[in-house]
Design a protein around this ligand. Sequence first.
Ligand SMILES: Nc1ncnc2c1ncn2[C@@H]1O[C@H](COP(=O)(O)OP(=O)(O)O)[C@@H](O)[C@H]1O
Ligand SMILES: [Mg+2]
Length: 466
Amino acid sequence: MANNKVSLLHSLRFRLIASVVTIEVIMLSILVWNNITIIHTTHTDRLRDTANSMIQQIASTSGRHMIAVDYATLKDYLRNILLYKELSYIVIVDRDDNDVIALGRQKSKHHPKIDSHPADVHDGIFDITENIEVADEFMGRVMMGFSLSLMEDAIQKSRNRGITIAAIEIVLTIIVTIFIGLGLTRRLSVLAIAAGKVEAGNYSVSVPTKPDDEVGRTAAAFNSMVATVFKRTRQLIAEEKRTKQLLSENRQLVQKSLEVQEEERKNLARELHDELGQCITAIQADAESIRDLSPENNKRLINSADAILNVSAHIYDVVHSMIQLLRPNVLDNLGLEEALKEEIHAWNKRNSHLRCIYTFEGDLTNFGERTNITLYRIIQECLTNIVKHAYAKNIKIKLINENDKLKLSVNDDGVGMDTKKLTQRLGLGLIGMRERVQSLDGTFSYETSPDFGFRILIHIPLKTGS
Ligand SMILES: Nc1ncnc2c1ncn2[C@@H]1O[C@H](COP(=O)(O)OP(=O)(O)O)[C@@H](O)[C@H]1O
Ligand SMILES: [Mg+2]
């Protein structure tokens, strides 16, 4: 099931708002800073230009009055000028640097630090000076101070207005982005919830496709995908059911054929034992009678009777070993453990270059007929495979009955099988083992590698009668 709870940092809505607001703040800061710089430059330039033109005007007017020594008119004239709001003081000095007229508030009387530009002023007054010259003769100097406070007020007001507009814009952007983000993510959440339902196997979900924007089209594609997945899943389930059915029928068939095979073997062994055995015994008895009753000088007859005895003895051995292969008597007479021991001893005798050791633990006497024959046939097939394929030296067979759970393992230290090679497939022997074990509700597995040989592992739960 998809997790519908998304952490804040991973939320599309949060990331959308955060990115837009960050970009907005950066852009607006640049804009406000740029505006403030422009406003500052414009104001200071304006003040410098005004101040320069005023001082030049005053210098030329003052020169005329100083020549006429008409200081009263000059003072009136300057008083009018001092009405100008930004002007703090006007001082006229003569050529000996003595004050002739001093109007307004001057900070340092005779030596104001002259400023080149209002932007460089530190004491709040833009101090400038201009020589008074008449016909190229130096008459004195005009000094003027312009207060920056008005200009700074104007700049401050512009700055505040800029910042307020930027803040309003940010708030509006946040509101609009939240609104868009909510709409977008709400529709995406509907899609995510629907996907979760589909994942859980509910194919009846359908998400709204209106409005027909990108999300709407994604939703339409989602709906048609769900319909296709539903159709395919239904087909797949039907196919799977059919395959399972076929597999189970095949399995039943295999298991039935194994049972029939076992039954047939048993019948054949009995027939061989009862019928052929009787006949051979009769032939042997007749051959012995012929030999015993034949005249002593009839060597040919005696030899023929002996030959019949030899051949019939051989036939008896062959039939006996066929009976053993078909159905070991000992399994019915002495039980599984003895039958296995006999089989392993016989095998060890036939394959004296190999060494097979066995361990039997627990009570192995009370299994049903099917379990006995299954275990016997599996061990027979394992031993045959070892001779055929393993090139092993040592073989270990372990059969344990532990709390009514049967465990069988057959290990060999041979060449093993490379399971990655396509040619190395299960043959009828291993498939037969698996089917026999599964018909007893057990599990069959094998492990093999070229390094450690081959290992068959079988677990069978014991039920009474099986
Ligand atoms: N003990 C073993 N060691 C190595 N390979 C084995 C062993 N047992 C089986 N195999 C491999 O598994 C294959 C299938 O075995 P099996 O089903 O008994 O069929 P078959 O014996 O007729 O080939 C064999 O062809 C062989 O390659
Ligand atoms: Mg085999």
